[in-house]
Design a protein around this ligand. Structure first.
Ligand SMILES: Cc1cc2nc3c(=O)[nH]c(=O)nc-3n(C[C@H](O)[C@H](O)[C@H](O)COP(=O)(O)OP(=O)(O)OC[C@H]3O[C@@H](n4cnc5c(N)ncnc54)[C@H](O)[C@@H]3O)c2cc1C
Length: 438
């Protein structure tokens, strides 16, 4: 087998995975990142004696055994919480739904609730072409207007008709709790209702992993060691300044201090950045919400038993809250709050507001002393997937895939997937597709 020079750009989980499987094929692999740390959204920061994660918190098993072997075979099971159920609650209308992650419409007024239930049962379920029609066709107009319209504005900053229906699967918005347990159990035997009703009994899923110590970044560190053992050359703090292309083939990359030859390029950044660097067709770069993370550590345990809490209240900045005591099953009484807001909001000034919101929501009691707090910005956090952007992205992707003969476009920036398992599966299939993984 002849060894190829493979360059992987972006050392998030996509780049690390692609680099490993390319190296397993016998290729000579270089993994490049502009950041000084590898891991992308799967890093953990150590502050005041605790680890705070960056974006994603949990690794779940995939449907591909070889990928699972790469992700999990080096894990120390003594330092890991392995579970097949993740407890998530949802806060809406001043109440927490303790059953699961989605909104409970029982907190609507009786009149609205009855109207909403009638519409839910008779909704058209037609395919949607934007986020507004996603909600209306799935749940009816009342649930859309009374629940999701303002949540969408809070999370994505735009009216739902401008956004892609794909965003309906973010923040557990694709289901609602509407009926009691026995009625839900009966209804969810019918596929049409099973797709949109939240279950009362949490069902087991695939195995999920979280380290007791070290945060999610501890898993990524193990993966980086694996990649290192396969001989991958990891170059951090490295910016690509130019890309040399000949007849649709990328032949080299120019960084601040060297020219790197390329037989094959694995690109985990937006494709518009590659077309820009190679002086080709222009595409719109993706837009992201102004995204910030707020970490708090308390003296005593937090009030909730869930790992996550989705906050749908549009009067509050607080988005998803992660409670580390339930994630790591240790006495780590810390939480991270994700906030997505407009770019004119100064995120660094919100920390006291968020602290008060946690009391208002009921995550923590007023007399539970906060012993540490910090704000961390996320540079390219949540994407705002407008229908217009996705159309231009799809056109650009088709162009790039046809034009560039030796480039694989993978990862969340490829616009094909956002959630980690989808991104990982897509990457594995594409890298494998080039030739069989050993
Ligand atoms: C706040 C947040 C919470 C999330 N929670 C979940 C969740 O609960 N479940 C789930 O499934 N998914 C979640 N996701 C999505 C998940 O994190 C992503 O699917 C996954 O991390 C994507 O990995 P990636 O490698 O494609 O991208 P990234 O992790 O973004 O990695 C891209 C890498 O490219 C590097 N880079 C950027 N610019 C350059 C450049 N010019 N040159 C070189 N390198 C560059 C970056 O430094 C980074 O290391 C979340 C995302 C966010 C933002």
């Amino acid at each position: 087998m002849s060894s190829k020079k493979v360059v992987v750009v972006g050392s998030g989980i996509t780049g690390i995975t692609a680099a490993y499987f390319e190296a397993r094929k016998g290729n000579s692999v270089t993994l490049i990142d502009s950041d000084k740390r590898a891991g992308g959204l799967l890093k953990s920061d150590f502050s005041n004696g605790q680890y705070f994660d960056y974006g994603t918190h949990i690794f779940s098993e995939t449907i591909i055994p070889k990928l699972n072997d790469f992700l999990f075979s080096d894990l120390d099971c003594n330092n890991c919480v392995i579970t097949d159920k993740i407890e998530t609650y949802c806060y809406f209308n001043g109440e927490i739904n303790f059953k699961n992650a989605c909104v409970d419409i029982n907190s609507l007024t009786e009149q609205l609730y009855l109207k909403a239930c009638h519409e839910l049962m008779t909704a058209s379920d037609k395919a949607a072409n934007n986020l507004e029609s996603f909600f209306i066709n799935r749940f009816g107009k009342t649930i859309y207007e009374e629940v999701f319209k303002n949540v969408i504005k809070k999370y994505f900053g735009l009216d739902a008709h401008l956004l892609s229906e794909k965003m309906g699967y973010f923040f557990d918005m694709s289901r609602v709790i509407a009926f009691d347990g026995p009625a839900t159990k009966e209804l969810t035997k019918i596929d049409k209702f099973n797709r949109k009703l939240g279950h009362h009994v949490r069902e087991s899923g695939v195995a999920k992993y979280y380290p007791k110590v070290g945060g999610i970044g501890a898993i990524v560190d193990l993966l980086l060691k694996k990649v290192d053992r396969e001989g991958v050359n990891v170059k951090l703090s490295t910016n690509i300044q130019k890309v040399k292309e000949e007849k649709g083939k990328i032949i080299s990359l120019l960084t601040e201090d060297e020219k790197i030859k390329v037989d094959r390029l694995v690109w985990t950044l937006p494709s518009s950045f590659l077309t820009y660097l190679s002086g080709n067709k222009k595409g719109f770069p993706p837009k992201f919400r102004n995204t910030g993370l707020y970490d708090f550590t308390y003296e005593h345990p937090l009030n909730l038993k869930s790992v996550f809490l989705n906050v749908y209240d549009s009067n509050l900045y607080t988005g998803r809250v992660t409670l580390y005591q339930n994630l790591s099953k240790t006495n780590n009484y810390s939480c991270t709050v994700e906030v997505l807001t407009d770019h004119n909001v100064n995120l660094s000034r919100l920390i006291d507001t968020i602290q008060k919101e946690l009391i208002e929501i009921g995550v923590v009691d007023q007399n539970n002393q906060c012993v540490f707090k910090q704000f961390r910005p996320i540079k390219s956090g949540f994407p705002v997937l407008t229908t217009e952007f996705l159309e231009s992205q799809s056109e650009l992707s088709k162009y790039c895939e046809n034009y560039f003969k030796n480039v694989l476009f993978v990862g969340r920036n490829s616009g094909q997937a956002f959630f980690m398992n989808d991104v990982l599966t897509d990457t594995f299939e594409k890298v494998k597709g080039e030739s069989n993984v050993k």
